[in-house]
Design a protein around this ligand. Structure first.
Ligand SMILES: [Zn+2]
Length: 122
């Protein structure tokens, strides 16, 4: 099994509805995102997937959230834009975007330099 990891990021604002503390106030994060993809079979050039192709799709999906108020974008207009929900959303969007060409193994969202959440299928 091979697993590739690429790193990207986006900047966005949000509020955490129902949060008892400061997170209920409008604020922003420079999110850092790690994407893991996996597979068993290499192509004729010895690669699972070209990093260049991986990054085009990855950055396209991240651009959907970049410089936005996350609370205005579905599904975060109805569920909180927590890092947990962001990681699952990105996992699902990226799985869709790769449409079976490569399997997404995990998505890690850093909301700060020291706090991160990883979503992967059990
Ligand atoms: Zn926040």
């Amino acid at each position: 099994m091979y697993e590739l990891t690429v790193e990207g990021g986006f900047s966005a604002a949000h509020v955490m509805r129902g949060h008892p503390g400061a997170c209920a106030r409008f604020h922003g994060h420079n999110y850092r995102v790690l994407l893991g993809v996996e597979g068993d079979t290499l192509d004729a050039t010895g690669m699972l997937v070209d990093f260049a192709e991986l990054k085009i799709v990855f950055h396209g999906v991240l651009d959907e959230l970049d410089h936005r108020n996350l609370n205005e974008i579905p599904p975060f207009d109805t569920i909180n834009p927590s890092s947990e929900n962001l990681a699952r959303h990105l996992f699902e969007r990226l799985s869709e975007a790769f449409s079976g060409r490569v399997r997404v193994s995990r998505v890690t969202v850093y909301e700060s330099a020291t706090n991160s959440v990883t979503y992967r299928e059990a």
